[in-house]
Ligand binder design. Sequence first.
Ligand code: UD1
Ligand code: MG
Length: 460
Amino acid sequence: MTLTAAIVLAAGEGTRMRSSKPKVLHEFAGKTFLNRVMDAVGALDPETLAVVVRYQAQRVAEAARSYDDAVLIVEQDEIPGTGRAVQCAMEQLGERGPLSGTVLITASDMPLLDTSALKQLLDYHRDSGDGATVLTTVLDDPTGYGRIIRDADGNVLKIVEQKDGNSSELAVREVNTSVYVFDAAVLEQAIANLNADNAQGEFYLTDALTVARQVSKVGAFAAPDPLSVEGVNDRVQLASLAKAHNLRVCRQWMLDGVTIVDPQTTWIEDEVEIESDAVILPGCFLQGHTTIAHDAVVGPYTTLIDATVELGAHVERSRVQESRIGREANIGPWTYLRPGNEIGTGSKAGAFVEMKKAHIGDGTKVPHLSYVGDADLGENTNIGGGTITANYDGVHKNHTHIGSDVHIGAGNLFVAPVNVGDGVTSGAGSVIRHDVPDGAMVYSENTQHVVDNWKPAWER
Ligand code: UD1
Ligand code: MG
C-alpha cells in the first residue's frame, strides 16, 4: 500500500520534561526521539514525510532536515493542540495538489516506535476497510493517556483525555498511542471543525475520530509490543523506558551467546555489534557503532564509543573512542583513548596512558603513565613509563615516529616533529629533539647537582 503522507507531530514543548530543550530533541539510547521516530516512519517510504514544528521551531526543523533533507517542515500557528498540528500539516500537503490515499500520523515522543508495528497497523487498516484506524495498547496504569471508549459491540466510539474523563471512562485501560492511519478524504472531513471546548483548551486530534465515525468506519489495532508505543512525557518515564529497552537489548545479546555479567549496569546502544563468547563485565557503556569480537573481554567500568575491539582483546576500566583495538591487545586499567588510534595485535596501552591519533605496531607496549599523540610506533617496541610526545608547539600538531624493536627509557620527552629509527635504545629522562638513526643509543645530558649537608628551610 502506498503511503501518501506521514505526519510526525513535533510542535509541542514537552513542558513536563522541564527542559530548555524541546522534548523531541532529548536522547534515547544515543539518538533523539525525533530521529528514532523518523527512522521508523521513513522506512515505510511515504511520498511525503512532514514534520510539524512550533516550539523552538528552527531548532527542531534543522534537526529534522539534517536527518532527511527532503522532509516537509510544517509550522503550526499559535493555536495549540495535536488536532491543530494536523490541520496545519494537511493544509500544506494540500498545496501540492488534492490528497488521496493513506495518511499516517504519529506523535514524536515514542522513542521505541518501530517500523514493524506501523506496517502491521497499515495492513490492518487496508484489510478492515475502515476510514480511520487508531493504534492502541492496554496498560496496567493508563494514567495520562487518552482512553479508548467502545460501545457494547466493541466499536470505537471516541477517545477521552485524562483531564476530560469521568470515573468510568478513566477506569478503561485501553489507551490511544497517538498513532493513527486515515484515508486522506476522511481525515480532511474529520479535522474540518475541531474546537477547543475541553479541559486543556486545545484542538484535540482525538476528537477527529468522533467526526470520522459519521463518515466512515473507525477501527482500532492493538500494538503487538506495548513498549514500542510507550510515550515519554517526563524524565521519570524516560529513565524507566530506557531501562526496560536496555534490559531487552542485553537479554537478546545474552541469548546470542554474549556473556553479560550484570545487565543492570551494562548499557548497550542499538547499533553496537557483539560476537558470541565476548564477555562484558559490570559497569560498561557500549555506544555508537562499537563492535566487539569473539573472546574479547570488556570492563569492568569501560566506555566504548564507536570503538572496534578485535578477537581476544581486553579493555579494562577505560574510555575508548573511535579507535581500533587489535587482536589480543590489552588496554587499561584507566586508559583514555581519544579518536584515531590503531592499536596492533598483542599490543598494550596500560595504566594512566592517554593516546590520540597513535598507531601502535604489533607487540608494542606503552605500559604506564604516558601520552602518545600524533605518533606512530613500530613493532615490538617498549616505551618506558612517564614518556610524553610533545606534539603541540602552540600552533601546529607535529608528528613523532618511533621505529620497531626500540627500547625507550623511562621519562622520555619527544619534541615533535622527530624520527627515531629501528633498534634504538634511549636513556632514562632523555629529551629527544633531533632524529635518531637506526641502531643508535641516545641519551641527553641531565646534570646531577648535589649540595652536601643541606638543611630544609624549616630547620634553618
Ligand atoms: C496525546 C493524546 C492522547 C494519547 C497520548 C499518547 C491528544 C489530545 N492526546 O496526549 O490521547 O494517549 O498522546 O502519548 O492528542 N504536539 C504538536 N502540537 C501541539 C501539541 C502537541 O505537534 O500543539 C505533538 C507533540 O510534540 C507530541 C505529540 O503531539 O509529539 C503529543 O503531544 P503531547 O503533549 O505529548 O500529548 P499527550 O498529552 O501525551
Ligand atoms: Mg505525550
